[in-house]
Every structure is written in C-alpha cells, then in structure tokens.
Design a binder for this molecule. Structure first.
Ligand code: AMP
Length: 356
C-alpha cells in the first residue's frame, strides 16, 4: 500500500485508553484521528479530531465513518467482526482484518488456531453443558479453569475448579458457552508484542514479563528473566500467527513460561497491549506509533528497548495518588481521563526506567 500522507485520517474503533494513546501517537506523525465508539465522552474521543458515537452494528453509521477515514483500525478486540466486515463492504481499508478479530474473540477458536499451528496451549475443551464440563474434568483433571468463550477479559468470566466437587453447578454459574482449560503451574508469564506491515515486514519488541493480580495485569518488567531460546520461540510463534492472518498492525501473544522453559500460549490480542505501555518512553518507537505506522503503510520503526523497565498499572483508587506520582521524578505518569474511579478499572499507569 502507498504510505498515507500526513493529514490523512486514521479511523479507530473504540474509545478507551488504548485509542487515546493511539490517537496521541497518530497526532505526533501529523495524522488526524476519528474515533467510532458507542460511548459518549470517551477517553479517546477527548484527544481526537473527530468522534462518531454510534452502535457497532449500525451499517449506515459505519458507512458514513468509512467515507470520512483513510484506514480503520481497532483498539479493543471485542468490536464485532461484522463491524469490520461492514466497513470493508462500505469501501474502507481495515487492519487488522475481520478474521483475526473473530478468532481472537473466542477463546476456543483462538486455542484451536494456536494448536493448528503447533503452538502449545493448556489442554482445553469446549463446554456447552454441565455434562460437557464433567466429561472435560474427567479428561483434563483438576485444577482447571472454566472461562466464558467470549467477552471475558481481565480475569472476568472465570471459575477456578480445584477438584471435581467444584464442578457441580459451575456451568450454570458461568451462564454462557465456555472452555475448560487445564491449570498451568507456570514459572512466570510473558508477552510478545510484534507488528506487521502491509508489505509483510515484521518487527518484535523485547519480551515483557507480566504479573497479574486478580486476573488483571499489575506489573510489567524488562528484561524478562528468560533465556534467549524462550525469546526465539515466542518470536517464532508470533511470526506464524501474523503471517497466517496476513495481519497488519500490532498483535500480542501472552504465554506461560513453564518450569522446563517451554512456552504455553494463553491468549492473543489483535491490538496494542497493556504490557506494552512501557514502549512510550522505553522503546525507540512506541507500540502506539508502530500500530499507526503499520496501518498507514509507513515503514515500521525500530523497537530497541532503551532501559530497564518497570510499568505499574494504576487500578481503581491507585490513581488517586496522582499528586504524589506527579511529584516523583522516577516515574512517568499516564492518566487516561476516565471520569469515575471504580474498583478494577484501569485508570492509568506509571513507567520507571533504569539506566545502568
Ligand atoms: P486470561 O483472562 O485468560 O488472560 O486470564 C488472566 C490470568 O489468569 C492469566 O494471565 C493467568 O495469570 C491466569 N490464568 C488464566 N488461564 C490460566 C491457566 N490455564 N493456567 C494458569 N493460570 C491461568
């Protein structure tokens, strides 16, 4: 694709903090951003040139959006794949493509996709009834985790099953089609963030080491405490995924690192990722700028990590400490402009850089 010239308009589906940081990066390169969101007064909308508030399934509104933008990308994976299809039907260029969105939205399809490429996953079974669950526990064993197939994120929609007895009534409690996954006694969690351009060029960021609390990412550090072989296998896996989708943009895969050093894929996100927020100050090209470069047909930027990194999420009331954080010369503070502080809500993050 011919590179979009500065002054072009990048359309972003979704109005959250990822869209906000994408929009800021796009502005730095001279682009305008138009946000399409169902949320009035969104964090991304408030820093973007235009916002269209509409329903993601309103084909007339999407056709109007398609006419106003030069390319469309997404900031959250639960945007219906039909939305991307409707935009394409209306003549828009959309990256990533609807197939990648559709597969990443369903945990069973996603794990089946990994498995089809030889990427290791926890043992898993689709669950559509209590009988399925009982049979899956008999096959996989406990402990295991029952998750909703769709719309689960940040640990929501998950039930831990420590023994066969915990399974009683668990399907009803889940309340939706699910997937049972064997529990992985991992040594640590890592993610790989990579980008692919329209021309097939791929760039990788250094592996991120992630800690979760209550299912929500709390801390990312670099360098990850893994040997070079682990990085190589993460790069190999993400390359296969990017190429299989003919993907354009940034994509993230989260892995468990097992005690023997092998990687087990947990999930993928067809977008920029929370574990990559450190790239704003800590890499030569941020993941947000990289996504804009990729979808705009620009060359991908260098991804070198320039320091030791610690990124901490500000969840809920953590963000009330903004005054002290702003006064701390060792932290770079990012706040997402969310109007209400709520428990479990990602309000901002801080990044600490260590130069040796
Ligand atoms: P998810 O929303 O599926 O990414 O799950 C959130 C977090 O729960 C993960 O980052 C892990 O810390 C934990 N988790 C999820 N699935 C498993 C699993 N199969 N085995 C062990 N821990 C898991």
């Amino acid at each position: 694709m011919k590179p979009l010239p500065p002054g072009s308009t990048i359309g972003i589906l979704g109005g959250g903090q990822l869209g906000r940081m994408l929009s800021i990066a796009a502005a730095q390169l001279g682009f305008d951003v138009a946000i399409f969101t169902d949320e009035p007064d969104s964090p991304a909308g408030r820093v973007s040139a235009k916002t269209m508030v509409g329903n993601y399934l309103d084909t007339a509104a999407l056709a109007d959006f398609a006419r106003r933008v030069d390319v469309v990308t997404t900031e959250f994976e639960n945007v219906p794949a039909q939305t991307a299809e409707a935009l394409i039907a209306a003549g828009a260029r959309v990256a990533p493509n609807p197939r990648a969105l559709a597969i990443a939205q369903d945990r069973f399809d996603e794990k089946s996709f990994f498995a089809s490429m030889g990427i290791a996953t926890p043992p898993f079974r689709a669950i559509a009834s209590q009988a399925d669950l009982d049979a899956a526990i008999a096959a996989i064993g406990a402990p295991a985790i029952l998750k909703t197939r769709r719309l689960g994120y940040d640990g929501r929609g998950q039930i831990r099953i420590n023994s066969g007895a915990d399974a009683a009534g668990a399907y009803e409690k889940l309340g939706a089609p699910g997937i049972l996954e064997g529990f992985c006694a991992f040594e640590r969690e890592v993610s790989i963030i990579a980008a692919r351009g329209w021309d097939g060029a791929i760039a990788f960021y250094d592996l991120c080491e992630n800690e979760h609390s209550g299912g929500i990412l709390s801390r990312t550090t670099l360098p990850a405490r893994v040997d070079a072989k682990v990085t190589q296998s993460a790069r190999h896996a993400v390359t296969q995924v990017l190429n299989a989708f003919d993907y354009v943009g940034v994509l993230t895969i989260e892995f468990f690192v097992m005690p023997d050093g092998s990687l087990v894929a947990n999930e993928m996100a067809p977008r920029v990722h929370n574990s990559g927020h450190w790239t704003i100050e800590g890499a030569l090209t941020s993941q947000f700028e990289q996504q804009i470069r990729a979808v705009a047909g620009w060359p991908l930027g260098p991804t070198n990590c320039v320091a030791g990194i610690e990124m901490l999420n500000l969840i809920g009331e953590d963000a009330n400490a903004w005054e002290a954080l702003a006064a701390d010369p060792d932290v770079r503070l990012h706040l997402y402009g969310k109007r209400d502080v709520r428990g479990g809500r990602k309000m901002g993050h801080v990044t600490k850089l260590k130069f040796s």
